[in-house]
Design a protein around this ligand. Structure first.
Ligand SMILES: *Cc1c(COP(=O)(O)O)cnc(C)c1O
Length: 361
């Protein structure tokens, strides 16, 4: 049997309902994102059933997968020039920062008798996508150019935070975006209904009641399955955090010293020098999963007596000495996934089975 990732659909729905209620109370719509789980259909369906206003993904492969769901869809990553036709076909909206791409989208839309909705991204400091917020001339010049195009409709501006530079949303940077939107509306006489703020790192502001008025949409991905906000890593009140679990099988269970013996190489197979602590003789299990399957740093054993010691490409080594349970070769060990990197890598892995479970919460 392959290792298994189990996604609890009811917990996902519960978290999304909490999120949607909190946001809609403040006149903020929610874009539910499927990229963290590779466009998983059960996950996407749960988001729609729990009331998100839009579905979004950064990849066209995933948007195609969920195209049968009856909801407006957004492409999160700036379209590739080579995929504009598909973008217009499968996405109602896309996030953009390059005028040449927006021009190509307009052409593609006209050829399909469509109008494609464009959100112009502004970089307020995180240094990923978007026109740099201090380059006002470029912002206004780009908007003028977009408004000349017949195949696209400029529906909003947006900003992305935390993903690259680790910068969190604040009154200051969100305040800037909302003031910019107001100025654009005035200058160009357009509606510009969407002011789309980033990410799971905004939820501390939503819960603290300090999101500046004027932010009208939030795009949320990892909080839905981690159950935490991302600015400080705090659990969200009344949210479920044990949403995705991994199970892997024991292939060796033996008693060994906790320190390697012999002459050391300059590194191990993954470049990190080994510096284990001497805990004496320990009972160690090897599980049939490794770094080729999943980012092992986000694995936390459900059994509190088990610690993860490390892994190579295909072997995960855990210490079971302090566990109350008596494990045997062939048993499976369960873990919670507590980081985004673990969920992302595990969901993308073809060595792992992905199953949805529908337990009642
Ligand atoms: C991934 C992504 C998000 C969501 O980020 P999380 O912090 O994981 O919720 C929002 N917007 C864009 C453009 C993204 O690429």
């Amino acid at each position: 049997m392959k290792p298994q990732l189990q996604m609890d659909i009811n917990k996902i729905k519960h978290n999304v309902r909490e999120l949607v209620k909190k946001a809609n109370d403040k006149n903020i719509t929610i874009t539910g994102i499927t990229k963290g789980v590779c466009g998983n259909i059960d996950f996407a369906t749960a988001l729609v059933e729990a009331g998100v206003d839009y579905l979004a993904d950064s990849r066209m492969e995933n948007l195609k997968k969920i195209s049968f769901l009856d909801i407006k869809k957004m492409l999160l990553r700036s379209p590739k020039m080579s995929e504009v036709n598909e973008v217009v076909q499968y996405a109602d909206y896309s996030l953009n920062s390059e005028i040449v791409v927006i021009e190509a989208l307009s052409e593609a839309a006209l050829s399909q008798d469509k109008i494609h909705n464009v959100i112009l991204m502004i970089d307020v400091g995180d240094l990923r996508e978007g026109i740099w917020f201090e380059d006002e001339q470029i912002i206004y010049r780009t908007i003028s150019a977009i408004l000349q195009l017949k195949g696209v409709h400029l529906v909003g501006i947006g900003t992305n935070l935390t993903c690259f530079g680790g910068i969190i949303p604040t009154q200051e940077n969100y305040g800037f975006i909302t003031r910019l939107a107001a100025t654009i509306r005035q200058t160009f006489g357009i509606e510009l209904p969407l002011v789309s703020g980033g990410n799971s790192s905004s939820l501390h502001m939503l819960y603290g009641g300090v999101i500046p008025i004027g932010v009208t949409n939030l795009r949320v991905n990892q909080s839905i399955f981690l159950g935490t906000e991302i600015a400080h890593g705090h659990y969200l009140e009344n949210w479920e955090s044990d949403v995705i679990r991994l199970q892997a099988e024991i292939i060796e269970l033996q008693t060994k010293p906790s320190l390697p013996q012999g002459k050391k190489a300059y590194m191990n197979a993954f470049g990190k020098p080994l510096s284990p602590i001497d805990k004496g003789i320990r009972k160690r299990a090897i599980l049939a999963i490794g770094r080729q399957d999943i980012d092992i740093n986000g694995l936390k054993a459900i059994d509190e007596g088990i610690t993860v010691e490390g892994a190579s490409s295909d072997h995960l080594i855990v210490d079971v000495t302090d566990s109350n349970q008596s494990y045997e070769v062939g048993n499976r060990v369960s873990f919670r996934l507590v980081t985004y990197a673990s969920v992302l890598s595990g969901m993308a892995s073809s060595y792992i089975d992905h199953v949805s479970i529908h337990k009642t919460v």
